[in-house]
Design a binder for this molecule. Structure first.
Ligand code: SF4
Ligand code: FES
Length: 253
């Protein structure tokens, strides 16, 4: 065993700082003012393994091409504004680490599908939020209690998963039914309906179930699981849709 003087003489281990490396990012560009069709444009950026695709986009915008357009706000997976297709999969740019991608090949970045393309990585989110609003995503109760409405831990657990939605649209815009039928409510609207349908304090479950029993409602879902795979919050989207289908058939449990 080493004595105290030997331990004190040991040099502290200092790790070599990581050197930046080149990554090719290929972005699908489009401007309604100048382009008749979208086109792919390649950029090379200096990255560290801890960087994210959002950092790569910032580097392109701030150092190479200020015209690159994309949405982002929190940069930490909370606001839901930077959903995009990265190598063909819907993800949040701020949660996609460079080290988790195969950077021996170019990384392809494009706007989410199924919503009107406005510019570069920006789509018109209005149809998405219209569907969200249609399912009445707010608590409805006729009484006016003096204190908060008490809910048991078990009753709260029933809809815990669907409270985590950040409305990023990654699920809805990964759904092949939504791509071909823009009228379909889409997974995100159903997730947010689920959040209130199964809330024991809410009294409008029947109204929402009627809305979702429409021909553009839950029955459009073909259970492809794309939505569950796309959700950056890990919500079991397909399971939530299945529970709403059951509730349409049998009523809220
Ligand atoms: S369910 Fe998931 S993927 Fe869909 S909008 Fe909500 S957070 Fe985004
Ligand atoms: S920027 Fe807010 S979720 Fe990515």
């Amino acid at each position: 065993m080493a004595d105290e003087s030997q331990v004190a003489e040991q040099e502290p281990q200092v790790e070599e700082p990581e050197k930046p490396f080149k990554v090719e990012i290929v972005v699908r560009r489009y401007s309604s003012e100048t382009d008749s069709e979208p086109y792919w444009q390649s950029f090379t950026v200096d990255m560290f393994s801890t960087n994210r695709i959002l950092d790569a986009l910032h580097q392109i915008k701030w150092e190479q091409d200020t015209s690159l357009a994309f949405r982002r706000s929190c940069a930490h997976g909370v606001c839901g504004s930077d959903a995009m297709r990265i190598n063909g999969r819907n993800r949040l740019a701020c949660k996609t680490l460079i080290k988790d991608l195969d950077i021996t090949k170019p990384v392809y970045v494009e706007a989410i599908k199924g919503l009107p393309l406005e510019r570069d990585l920006i789509v018109d989110m209005d149809p998405f939020f219209e569907a969200f609003k249609e399912v009445q995503p707010f608590l409805q109760a006729s009484d006016k209690p003096e204190k908060e409405r008490i809910q048991s831990i078990e009753d709260r657990a029933v809809f815990d998963d669907t409270t985590k939605c950040i409305l990023c649209a990654a699920c809805t815009t990964s759904c092949p039914v939504f791509w071909t039928d823009g009228q379909y409510f889409g997974p995100a609207a159903i997730v947010n309906a689920h959040r209130f349908i199964f809330d024991s304090r809410d009294e409008a479950a029947d109204t929402r179930l009627d809305i979702l029993n429409d021909k553009e409602g839950v029955w459009r879902c073909r259970t492809t699981f794309n939505c569950t795979e796309a959700c950056p919050r890990g919500i079991e989207v397909t399971k939530a849709i299945a529970e709403v289908k059951q509730a349409v058939l049998r009523g809220r449990p």
